[in-house]
Design a protein around this ligand. Structure first.
Ligand SMILES: Nc1ncnc2c1ncn2[C@@H]1O[C@H](COP(=O)(O)OP(=O)(O)OP(=O)(O)O)[C@@H](O)[C@H]1O
Ligand SMILES: [Mg+2]
Length: 271
């Protein structure tokens, strides 16, 4: 039987790998998600956009069970979150909140921790594990820093270590919360190339972004949150113009600094 190409895999297998339905969540006393529907189908690359505080991180953290829902449901690979155990299938890059430091671990150790969900007894002994860790470190361009302490890295390099950690388990689904934040343009291009190869191999991706940037050609669909509600869900081009659909996106939806700031939507879409 002829092998299925990645393009066929992306167009034919349309089952959802993430399904967030009518999700509500409250942090403190504040309703942060107010009925969010978000689906990522197998092979799809979905960008989640919205202004600061619109609920993007809360939405992705609810998908992996870090924020409990007060209503609605989450399924991963068709399994309700409560029953889901196959965490090696999911790579997660949290939003970076602090610079590197604190934990005296090397790049290799941090990236290896991403492999633990795949290893028996939590031991990283096999050649396969070590090769996967090396490959992940190489993918983000840090092979020459593998033995360095993460505390000796710059913020952008630290971010690349977190991405390598997510790649180390060779996940089928990557969830990345602002992976490009603090990463310079040259490194963004390296990461975009890495992600392109992952997507070509059939990996599904949910990305929180402020700007599509070098990832723009990879994005199949954008979902825009405003105050914990979805105000746009569609292709990154058609339908996203203010006044073009019934959602009336504003620059504030797409960038925290509003007017004059770079837009996360393709150039020319926002007036
Ligand atoms: N632990 C918390 N306790 C109380 N409120 C919180 C907590 N974490 C987040 N919030 C609030 O929830 C809202 C949504 O936060 P969230 O981090 O999901 O936004 P975001 O869209 O990811 O923003 P950003 O672009 O700044 O990362 C914000 O108003 C925030 O202040
Ligand atoms: Mg966030």
């Amino acid at each position: 039987m002829p092998q299925q190409t990645s393009q066929e895999a992306r167009t034919v297998r349309h089952d959802a790998v993430i399904s967030l339905s009518s999700a509500t969540a409250t942090l403190g006393s504040r309703p942060v998600l107010r009925g969010v529907d978000l689906a990522v189908r197998r092979g799809e690359v979905v960008a989640l956009l919205g202004a600061n505080g619109s609920g993007k991180s809360t939405a992705v953290r609810s998908v992996i069970g870090q924020v409990p829902l007060t209503g609605g449901s989450v399924e991963l690979f068709g399994t309700p979150l409560k029953q889901f155990r196959q965490w090696a299938r999911v790579g997660y890059v949290p939003q970076r909140t602090t610079a590197a430091g604190g934990v005296p671990a090397t790049v290799r150790e941090v990236v290896s921790s991403g492999r633990l969900s795949r290893s028996r007894l939590g031991l990283l002994s096999s050649k396969t594990d070590k090769a996967a860790v090396d490959r992940a470190i190489g993918l983000v361009g840090l092979a020459d820093r593998a033995k360095d302490s993460v505390s000796a890295l710059s913020g952008g390099q630290h971010q690349r270590v977190l991405i390598a950690r997510a790649l180390a388990s060779e996940p089928e689904l990557l969830i990345m919360d602002e992976p490009m934040a603090g990463v310079d343009l040259a490194s963004q291009e390296i990461l975009a190339g890495t992600l392109r190869r992952q997507v070509a191999a059939g990996v599904s991706v949910l990305l929180v972004l402020h700007e599509l940037g070098p990832l723009e050609p990879l994005i199949d669909r954008t979902v825009v949150l405003r105050d914990g509600l979805v105000v746009h869900d569609g292709p990154p081009t058609a339908g996203a113009l203010p006044g073009h659909d019934d959602h009336h996106l504003t620059k504030e939806d797409c960038h925290p600094d509003a007017a004059g700031a770079a837009s996360p939507l393709p150039t020319g879409l926002l007036s």
